[in-house]
Design a protein around this ligand. Structure first.
Ligand code: NAD
Length: 477
């Protein structure tokens, strides 16, 4: 069971470590301090990596049945303390308590999926006799763990995105060092506690707290690190990719996801999907809806219903069961969003609803008449702001949807299978949802983007594929 003391320590190779140098973890709702956590130094990071070097050997020797058992026990722990985990997410992050509970349930699913996938890390026999002169050779390859994985995670899903790295790493017999977002380290520390309780051998897992810009380079450039699994913004991801050197990279980055509503769409469905897809987690969601392309014939009907629903959205305290949307992660972020919206308005955009800020809170906001080249239409807003565009047909929508440097997921609402297949073939994304918004994911599907949205795929089985390497064994008879 978590103690408040453990919340103040970091988890280094199986030990809970306190430091004199600390950083505050605040509730963005009112800036109150929840607790403090250690602010690790470069020396702490080097010591953590040294421990993981031993941990990699221990993890690789762990029999698969032990990995399965540990992952399931960690999942049991999260299940047992479901409400504590949800409260932690809803305290340090932006999510409402209802959203936080959903994330905890998904974390349990991610850990159980990791336990299941652990038994499916197979190899294959190799038909060496495919080459003349090699008839007397037999052999196979098997997949071995790559060693130490550096996992760097963002603030917006502070638990499940950490589970998406720890679960597959343990399943595939690797050691892992997690550097959670500085603003939301508590959920990751709680998850470390679940693995500690589950009996994970020492040195296999560390959750080190501190500033990414101060200790990040030491982690990602270290030669003992064989893979950097990063989830976060494009700018940080690109800078890490440049520095990392000869390592595997998994880059789960941002987006400004499009949704297309064609003239034959079920407009009510499209509105429902787009509202929750745009404003869930205060729009701080990598696959959140940012740009909606609506056919001329249904534009007015869609827009009226969309605005009507948004105006009923309840913005308020995160732990109030009635609240639909809480504050952004910080007042600074809310100010940035406010500035981007103002800039768009100054350039001629029309504000249909929202646009007001109160501290870290920002109203659900809808803009129209935004030029496709405006910053707000090209970059990732990562806040509760949606832009509506009129389109005359599918190809117009596809051209505009593809015109940005992102491509994580997209949604299209249509009853016409031919239009759906046209979109499947033409949209530059890692996932396309037909008759749903871009904001759809289950933890067992491949998830990731193209262009500036990233490199590689997560979704337990797919992460595991990145975390192992084949070793060939050949017998000459
Ligand atoms: P961020 O890029 O600011 O930070 C992400 C992590 O990187 C944090 O842990 C941070 O401390 C660390 N970091 C910062 N500088 C570093 C450095 N120099 N070296 C190493 N680590 C460093 O992102 P954020 O604001 O926390 O999260 C929001 C972003 O994450 C958005 O762009 C969002 O779309 C993206 N995201 C993507 C996915 C996905 O699966 N594709 C999921 C969630 C969030």
């Amino acid at each position: 069971m978590m103690t408040t003391i453990k919340g103040k320590k970091m988890f280094i190779g199986g030990r809970w470590i306190e430091k004199l140098n600390t950083m505050d973890v605040c509730d963005p709702e009112d800036n109150s301090i929840i607790t403090t956590v250690p602010k690790a130094s470069k020396e702490d990071m080097l010591a953590t990596i040294k421990m993981a070097e031993e941990g990699a050997g221990i993890a690789a020797k762990m029999p698969v049945h032990e990995r399965i058992s540990i992952l399931n026990k960690a999942a049991d722990y999260v299940e047992k303390y479901h409400e504590l985990f949800a409260n932690t997410i809803a305290s340090e992050g932006s999510k409402t308590i209802k959203e936080a509970r959903g994330e905890v349930s998904r974390c349990i699913e991610t850990l159980r999926l990791s336990a299941e996938e652990a038994r499916r890390i197979n190899g294959e026999t190799i038909p060496f006799d495919q080459m003349p002169g090699h008839e007397n050779r037999i052999g196979y390859y098997y997949n071995f763990p790559i060693g130490i994985i550096a996992a760097i995670t963002p603030f917006n899903d502070p638990l499940n995105l950490v589970a998406h790295k720890i679960g597959p790493a343990i399943a595939s017999g690797n050691a892992i060092i997690v550097k959670p977002a500085s603003l939301t380290p508590l959920s990751a520390l709680l998850l470390a506690e679940a693995f500690d309780d589950a009996g994970l051998p020492e040195k296999v897992l560390s959750v080190i707290t501190g500033s990414g810009s101060e200790i990040g380079d030491t982690l990602v450039t270290h030669p003992s690190i064989r893979m950097v699994s990063f989830t976060g913004g494009l700018e940080t991801g690109e800078s890490i990719a440049k520095k990392a050197g000869l390592k595997k990279l998994s880059m789960e980055l941002g987006s400004n996801s499009p949704v297309i509503v064609l003239d034959d769409a079920d407009v009510d469905d499209a509105v429902n999907g787009s509202v929750s897809g745009a404003f869930g987690a205060v729009g701080q969601n990598c696959l959140g809806v940012q740009r909606i392309f609506i056919h001329d014939d249904v534009y007015v009907r869609f827009t009226d219903k969309f605005i009507q629903q948004i105006e009923q959205y309840k913005v308020g305290r995160k732990k109030d069961e009635q609240t639909d949307m809480g504050p952004l992660i910080s007042e600074q972020e809310a100010i940035r969003v406010e500035q981007w919206v103002q800039e768009a308005i100054d350039e001629g955009a029309e504000l249909l609803t929202g646009g007001h800020r109160d501290g870290a809170f920002y109203e659900p906001t809808v803009l129209t008449n935004v030029t496709p080249t405006a910053k707000i239409a090209r970059e990732e807003i990562f806040g509760p702001v949606v832009i509506l565009f009129r389109i005359c047909d599918l190809s117009d929508a596809i051209d505009q949807a593809n015109s940005v440097n992102y491509g994580l997921q997209a949604g299209i609402f249509t009853k016409d299978i031919h239009q759906a297949f046209e979109a499947i073939g033409s949209l530059e994304v890692g996932g396309l949802l037909i008759n749903d918004s871009s904001d759809y994911r289950i933890d067992g599907m491949p998830f990731g983007g193209v262009k500036g949205s990233g490199l590689g795929r997560e979704g337990v089985k797919f992460s595991i594929q990145d975390m192992v390497e084949p070793k060939v064994v050949q017998f000459k008879l």
